[in-house]
Write a protein that binds this ligand. Sequence first.
Ligand SMILES: [Fe+2]
Ligand SMILES: [Fe+2]
Length: 219
Amino acid sequence: MESSEFVKELQELQQQMLSGLDNLELVQSESDNNLDLPNLLKIALKNEIEATELAAYWISSTPEIDVKLGFARQAGDEAKHYRLIEKRLAEMGVDLTGFHPLAMGYSKMFEYLKSIEDTVTRLACGQFMREGIAVKRNEQFIKLCESRGDEETAKLYREIIQPDEQYHHQLGKTMLEKYAHNPSAQQAAREAVLKTLQIAEELRGIAEKKLGVSQIPGC
Ligand SMILES: [Fe+2]
Ligand SMILES: [Fe+2]
């Protein structure tokens, strides 16, 4: 199919998954101390470091110059997000001494995405899907911050992080329209996208169970 049709198909897949997220209500856990924003922002730090590293990892093995530069821009943005969230945590009085975002290892999503070698599949899973989901998750996270009266964190996400994540998603879309012409590359990307969505749902379920909250910031 035409690359534009292929992108539409991915968009529909994503919509289905995201409409599921729309229906999620705040889940309150029995252990209320797990529900605080600093814990969610620490998860955000892990997401940002993984997103930085993944985009950087793909730079040297992506032959298409515009995609390569897209990953480079993304790596820089995600590193910037890491620093801004770290700064916000410090303002909140959270001591990050001894905190290492990767102390528990890399996520299953990171390991899966890192194994992808084809540009079209990288764009479909890493930029189009992952970043699209991030935009949605962050919208929900912003609402959570507002409902807790944390206008500063809401503002950081609304004004700085969200426009970047939106741009990463858009970049994935534009590059797919340019490069996703080959039917076998489309098929490989389609299968990988389903796997990515499945992992995203699985991880969200685990986090929700552990933290009792469904508004996990994305990246
Ligand atoms: Fe991102
Ligand atoms: Fe980010």
